[in-house]
Design a protein around this ligand. Sequence first.
Ligand code: E4P
Length: 218
Amino acid sequence: MKFFVDTADTAEIADLAATGLLDGVTTNPSLIAKSGRKFLDVIAEICALVDGPVSAEVTALDTPTMLKEAAVLRKIAPNVTIKAPLTWDGLKACKALSSEGVSVNVTLCFSANQALLAAKAGAAFISPFIGRLDDIGEDGMQLIRDIRTLYDNYPALKTEILAASIRSPEHVKQAALIGADVVTVPPSVLRDLAKHALTDKGLDAFMADWAKSGQTIL
Ligand code: E4P
């Protein structure tokens, strides 16, 4: 499973990239607004920090303008993935871009049928939003399960399932068990994946016993 981080905070990205465990980055207009920085500058900086795909989202709602925006974003760096919304205009833009070999992440997916359309439009990634479905009382993880089954029924579809709107380590585990190809997680959730109370407790005990032994390795 690939790990992407879902943020426009370049300090966080630099820190996580240094672990060697980061496979890519996703951003969205809300995350860019939160950064308080210029969109193109932030994407350029992220692309220099991470070798993998960096999703940069178009903000137009019509296909022709989406394609113009995509042309600007693609010029930033070769690892820019164009993010487009799951609307008919977004799907048309996805089809046009993917036909030219451009990597597209179709976002705001809330149904298996939407995921099927994105795959047919040649999306490199489909982003189903787990947390936002959970928020309205639906089962976000069931959507990942459904899309996995659907894509596996048609091996010609090469779209990767990018589980998004992840809120907890449990979401990551469930998405991995189902076989999502990628998870994109907030930095705090990525860090929480390494945490366990028994790890901390066990390490404290080992260190206490080691100190009592009076030994050193170096
Ligand atoms: C994915 O690409 C989105 O940026 C993101 O996962 C949305 O998450 P949220 O529902 O926590 O805003």
